[in-house]
Design a protein around this ligand. Structure first.
Ligand code: HEC
Ligand code: HEC
Length: 342
């Protein structure tokens, strides 16, 4: 054997031994890492994807987080932000039927639907509001400021009367909305904003199936008849109503089943999160159909959607710029309607 090939042979051998060492050390590290939870993010992520089907797939680190309340300044402006947060958390104590400031709304609190004062990822939070308003909205056909958008929820979700823009209460709510979304840049899209997006159903959402979901998983808190349960103080709800006289009216966002289903999927039964949902997408759609087929306060919506071609597919009231029925616009399937507009 000449010298050259022999040296090459030894070099190969050394390379092979290195490779072996790297493999052994690497896989031991992987095992240890897993045991120590270092890899739990990957495991968590695949569990999340498996449990939520196609609707909730996310990278955790990028999730939107609200600023820390301890960073609210201790000055007059900070006092307004804190008062705004209090009004959103306990609206009814101030503005409800027995409100100590005015009596202009039903007994619900903003945070019944905008969880934890609008700070929960996919809990219908206020992340986007500060950077997006004033904004042109198709429902009204005009540019809406913060006050108009807040009053929209007061008149519809809280089935109430407008709050004066110059009032201390409106100014406080707006101050809080601007604070909670202050770190979001205009047009930025970050996971966690607003509501989750659900897989569409290829059949109409079914109120009959939805009643079973309701009876099994919702009635124990929200009441057998959707009537909710008042707190001992009588000033706000421990469990807010889902239908009937004390609930949101026909004009509210939740009266669209896509919004209701998205809210419920990631947040109900109370305590679940988007990462750990309980209902399947189908159950979420069906329970939305059931709740929104039950009686609730009406609202004159004739001035909404001045351009009817801009109505969302699940807006349940005609006239429409297409030939689908009100029934299909209310319960779906929505994909064929969407296709008709493309
Ligand atoms: C019954 C449920 C409900 C209640 C109560 C409610 N809202 Fe809303 N709100 C919604 C829904 C649904 C939307 C629409 C979310 C969407 O389109 O993604 C919304 C949207 C908003 C938006 C715009 C959010 C955005 O990202 O553009 C603001 C601001 C808002 N609400 C403020 C309030 C305030 C302030 C109160 C209390 C005075 C309140 N809401 C009470 C359900 C509710
Ligand atoms: C363990 C009790 C509990 C269960 C079970 C539960 N919820 Fe809720 N739900 C709540 C509470 C509490 C709130 C208000 C949250 C807040 O104010 O922080 C709420 C709020 C809501 C809201 C928004 C406010 C409103 O009244 O319109 C909807 C919609 C809702 N729940 C739907 C459902 C549906 C559908 C189910 C069944 C799949 C369900 N919930 C099961 C406790 C519950």
């Amino acid at each position: 054997m000449s010298e050259k090939p022999f040296i090459q042979y030894v070099k190969r051998l050394i390379q092979l031994v290195w490779l072996l060492i790297i493999c052994v050390v690497g896989s031991t590290a992987l095992f240890l890492g897993d045991a120590m939870g270092l890899l739990s993010f990957r495991v968590e992520e695949s569990r999340l994807i498996a449990s939520a089907g196609s609707s909730v797939v996310l990278v955790k680190e990028a999730l939107w987080q609200a600023p820390d309340t301890s960073s609210i300044p201790h000055n007059a402006k900070g006092d307004m932000i804190r008062y705004g947060r209090e009004l959103i958390a306990h609206t009814s104590k101030y503005l409800g039927p027995k409100g100590k400031v005015r009596q202009i709304s039903n007994g619900m609190n903003c945070q019944n639907c905008h969880l934890k004062a609008g700070t929960v990822p996919f809990g219908n939070n206020y992340a986007r509001v500060a950077s997006a308003y004033p904004k042109r909205r198709n429902r009204s056909g005009i540019v809406e400021g913060f006050e108009k958008r807040v009053n929209d929820c007061i008149e519809r979700s809280l089935n109430g009367e407008k709050l004066d823009s110059a009032s201390r209460e409106m100014q406080a709510i707006v101050a809080y909305l601007k604070w909670v979304g202050k770190d979001v840049k205009k047009g930025e899209a970050q996971p966690g904003f607003g509501l989750v997006e659900l897989t569409p159903l290829h059949r109409p959402a079914d109120p009959v199936k939805g009643k079973t979901v309701y009876d099994n998983y919702c009635g124990r808190c929200h009441g057998a008849d959707g009537e909710g349960q008042l707190a001992e103080s009588g000033l706000e709800w421990t469990y807010p109503p889902l239908y009937g006289d004390d609930s949101y009216n026909f004009g509210a966002g939740l009266y669209r089943i896509s919004k209701f289903a998205a809210y419920v999927k990631a947040n109900m039964p109370y305590g679940v999160t988007f990462e750990n949902p309980f209902l399947t997408d189908e159950e979420a759609w069906d329970v939305s159909a059931y709740v929104n087929s039950m009686p609730r306060p009406e609202k004159d919506l004739s001035a909404d959607w001045p351009d009817i071609s801009k109505k969302p597919v699940d807006h349940p009231f005609g006239p429409y710029a297409d030939n689908f029925s009100e029934e299909q616009h209310k319960y779906g399937p929505f994909t064929p309607i969407e296709a008709a507009y493309q």
